[in-house]
Design a binder for this molecule. Structure first.
Ligand SMILES: [Zn+2]
Length: 437
């Protein structure tokens, strides 16, 4: 029952978060409601022992933290990391395409998206728009069309008899969504997408839009996240990678008080390499550490006594493609979080950090299954923010995540039971009295 409520909250959170801006904004809302104080990186901070805080960077990365009553230099930080972004289709800066009387938008592919599942979906559009208002003030606001406004129709099999054998997808020519059809004397001609955005902003209650200057918009599937399967044991949704980890981390942190210093950092731009001011290769975590522990020697002690759980989904072994996994390391859905290993350091898990986690669970008498994943020796694995944070900051890290099917598809599948397992694991980690080696 407790797990059911958690899964429901998670699916609501993901459904309301079509873009990293919405995800970070909804997490901020959750922290505000839990009594966390919002801080601005452009101001000086007064951090107090026992205080609970969060700050957003550029609206799409967020770090929440609680300052422990114990000395951080002595006890380190229990850090959980995840990412707010997911592969998707973004609208190009000059997107208008008018062809055969259809209004389409030019897109670019963000991250390693699996493109085939994007065809024939009821798509909407959301993100952030920057505009000048009637008082000549520059504004940046979130936008969400909410309803299905576009589709990328697939080509009928009659026009491509080899489609089931050999159809490939060209993102430049095959993926431009269709938004509407022009008629003679259409007031929407000439097609100017900024006008469409201005109209939507007005519909959302921003009543003085003088000129739309720029935007960062992604298409998304309007099909709501769902609990599925004969026994409702699976969850399906877009963006399970990695909003599942973001929200479960936020639930674990917001609902409790911890004795030691804890943090949850959720970065944008993981899917494109993390190299930005808001990505894991940026300074966000380093800046937080410097504010938390201004003395450099004490900060070094704190760093070496800290531990990071880098939480990002893992590949569950697929019953139709079992040979894509090493048979000894094929995580199953609903059988617990996965420790992700890679000898070549695409994952930060080490033998000592993994052993720590197992020992932490047994010493707190927590009965929670853990699985392990390492890729086949003849393939390369993905990576995530764990190794980046470990190498940039010097914090030991463990890469874990719940097993999923269809990673980077427009609709991914995970196990409902694993949501509760992950929550329990993160909570136990935040509560742990000693994370130093
Ligand atoms: Zn991910």
């Amino acid at each position: 029952m407790i797990n059911d409520a958690l899964v429901t909250r998670l699916l609501e959170g993901i459904g309301e978060s079509p873009t990293p801006y919405h995800a970070a904004g909804n997490m901020a809302k959750l922290f505000r409601l839990a009594g966390f104080v919002e801080l601005d990186e452009q101001h000086r901070w007064q951090l107090l022992p026992g205080g609970r805080y969060f700050t957003l960077r550029s609206g799409s990365s967020i770090v929440a933290f609680t300052v422990g009553k114990s000395d951080i230099a002595q006890n380190g930080i229990r850090l959980v990391g995840a990412h707010t972004d997911s592969p998707c289709l973004k609208v190009k800066p000059k997107p208008e395409i008018g062809r055969l009387g259809y209004a389409q938008l030019g897109i670019e592919v963000y991250g390693g998206a699996l493109l085939n599942p994007w065809f024939d979906r009821d798509l909407s559009l959301a993100g952030r728009v920057s505009y000048v208002d009637n008082q000549k003030q520059l504004k940046h606001v979130l936008i969400d069309f909410e309803r299905a406004i576009a589709v990328i129709p697939s080509l009928a099999i009659h026009l491509d008899r080899e489609a089931n054998k050999s159809r490939s997808v060209n993102a430049q020519t095959d993926m431009n969504p269709v938004l509407w059809q022009f008629s003679d004397g259409d007031p929407k001609l000439p097609f100017d997408f900024r006008q469409t955005l201005a109209a939507q902003l007005l519909a959302q209650g921003y009543d003085s839009v003088a000129e739309v200057l720029d935007f960062n918009l992604s298409f998304y599937d309007t099909q709501a996240p769902a609990r599925i399967g004969m026994d409702s044991s699976f969850i399906t949704s877009a963006r399970l990678d990695n909003l599942l980890s973001c929200f479960v981390g936020a639930f674990a942190m917001a609902g409790h008080n911890f004795d030691h210093t804890t943090a949850l950092i959720c970065h944008d731009h993981e899917e494109v390499g993390s190299r930005s001011d808001i990505g894991a290769q940026g300074t966000m975590m380093q800046d937080l550490l410097e504010r938390l522990v201004p003395d450099s020697q004490s900060r070094q002690l704190a760093v070496r006594r800290s531990l990071m759980l880098s939480v990002d989904n893992a590949h569950g072994i697929h019953p139709n493609y079992p040979n894509r996994h090493d048979s000894q390391h094929g995580p199953r859905l609903n059988q617990g979080p996965v420790l992700k290993y890679d000898a070549n350091q695409s994952y930060a898990t080490s033998s000592d950090s993994a052993a720590f986690l197992k020992h932490m669970l047994s010493s707190q008498n927590i009965d929670l299954p853990l699985q392990s994943y390492v890729t086949r020796a003849d393939t390369r694995c993905g990576s995530t923010i764990g190794p980046i944070t470990a190498s940039n900051l010097g914090i030991r890290a463990i890469d874990i995540g719940v097993p999923t099917f269809g990673m980077h598809s427009i609709r991914e599948t995970a196990g409902a039971q694993d949501v509760g397992y992950l929550y329990k694991l993160i909570q136990a980690f935040y509560q742990c009295t000693n994370v130093a080696l």
